[in-house]
Design a protein around this ligand. Structure first.
Ligand code: FES
Ligand SMILES: [Fe+2]
Length: 431
């Protein structure tokens, strides 16, 4: 059995049998990893302990060998790109959720979505369903969007609410997570409403962005300052970004969502090739950029590509200088700042070969009422996205072909892509 098949079999048996029993006192059971559930399973099924521990060892070995198939110590000019398995295998994606997405600060939205008391939006990252809201006192909150009665999702989409009423049996929670009403529970014993509030998630902001941290124990909300989030999320790049127009002065004008038949990293790789594909794949865009001026700066968890722009609008927004900035924030968030615009791209894995990319467009407020200008700009952007989607889906099919395992980097332009792969390797490797 191939590595992928072994792990796929394990993953499916986990889904059917091995869900950890719920505990009112455990706040992060939804983020448990393979390594947590195998010992738990073995304890409850001693007759299977030997075979399950052998399977666990085989799975760990398979994971290790997939991760180590990429060697970040090889210099860029000689390096091979990660093997196809990184882009295809479901157990590799499970490892990425565990080690990458469920650790550290991860962008999930923008502050305008929760600007006023009672604003909320819901989302999903892997198997984590979350809801972010601003409570009646103006405090930003985040919870697992899961009813404590029988696990129904509580709410969907975005908007305003004064409380979360479960659509299934009507249990009702405050925007501070407290269980306000448990319907028709007369006769229930050993039940304390105070122990059945929504489970909290760490939430913070940096500039115009909302982030969650699914890894750390629940922190005191007062301790999650913008400064701390910025340092942990962006490291030494935070200053460069905030002084180059990535701030709260812009107004959100549009959101577009794309479902793409490719691994989430294929989209990121396409973003990180230093403009390499632009003259071939975006002929319209190439005429508006000085591709010779492309430069790439690398920080701890961020890479920034900069390029001179020939766009007309740029001239009237010279506080940014003439350069467009394309910042990639590890692992899956991209911030593009050019002229009066900022757009962000959030790549969310939906499966090993499928992702969703959410584009949010922000504009200088002086142009926010110019509908014709906005429409024209969004159409131009849409054309580029459609070209990129075709590229990404083509790459995914190539990655699944037996003809390909790994490739090479163009050293003068693809350094940010290598940086991304090296960061992933560091997150995934067993320590
Ligand atoms: S699942 Fe929410 S009230 Fe029953
Ligand atoms: Fe592109």
């Amino acid at each position: 059995m191939a590595i992928g098949e072994t792990l796929a079999a394990l993953s499916s048996s986990k889904t059917l049998i091995l869900k950890p029993s719920p505990s009112p006192t455990t706040s992060s059971s939804s983020t448990r990893s393979l390594r947590h559930w195998i010992p738990c399973f073995s304890r409850h099924h001693p007759s299977l302990a030997t075979s399950s521990s052998a399977a666990a060892a085989a799975a760990a070995e398979a994971r290790r060998s997939m991760v180590e198939a990429f060697d970040p110590t090889i210099p860029l000019a000689e390096a091979l790109t990660p093997p196809s398995m990184w882009y295809i295998d479901s157990s590799f994606l499970a490892l990425e959720f565990d080690r990458v997405f469920f650790r550290g600060w991860r962008a999930v939205g923008y502050t305008e979505q929760v600007a006023k008391p009672h604003d909320f939006f819901a989302g999903r990252l892997g198997n984590v369903e979350f809801v972010i809201c601003r409570d009646a006192n103006g405090n930003l909150r985040a919870f697992h969007n899961v009813c404590r009665h029988h696990a129904s999702l509580l709410t969907f989409g975005s908007g305003q609410k004064s409380c979360f009423e479960c659509p299934y049996h009507g249990w009702t929670y405050g925007l501070d997570g407290v269980l306000l009403k448990a319907t028709r529970i007369s006769g229930i014993k050993n039940f304390n409403k105070n122990n059945f509030g929504l489970k909290s998630i760490n939430v913070g902001t940096w500039g115009p962005f909302v982030l969650v941290n699914l890894d750390q124990k629940i922190l005191n909300q007062q301790d999650i300052t913008e400064d701390i989030v910025g340092k942990e999320w962006l490291g030494s790049a935070s200053n460069l970004l905030s002084t180059n127009g990535i701030d709260t002065s812009l107004k959100h004008v549009s959101r577009r969502e794309y479902t793409i038949e490719c691994n989430w990293k294929v989209f990121c790789d396409n973003y990180l090739d230093g403009g390499y594909h632009v003259p071939y794949a975006h002929k319209g865009l190439a005429s508006g950029l000085e591709l010779n001026s492309y430069e790439t700066l690398m920080f701890e968890k961020v890479s920034v590509q900069r390029c001179e722009s020939a766009s007309v609008e740029q001239d009237s927004f010279d506080r940014l200088g003439s350069k467009a900035i394309y910042a990639f924030v590890y692992p899956n968030f991209m911030i593009n700042r050019y002229g009066p615009w900022m757009d962000t791209n959030l790549a969310i894995p939906l499966g090993p070969t499928k992702c969703q990319v959410i584009f949010d467009y922000f504009l200088d407020p002086s142009l926010a009422d110019d509908k014709a200008f906005i429409e024209r700009s969004l159409e131009d952007s849409e054309r580029v996205q459609i070209e990129d989607i075709a590229l990404c889906e083509g790459v995914q099919r190539g990655l699944e072909s037996p003809a390909y395992d790994s490739g090479r980097y163009a050293p003068s332009v693809e350094m940010a892509m290598h940086h991304f792969h090296s960061l992933l390797h560091a997150s995934l490797v067993d320590t």
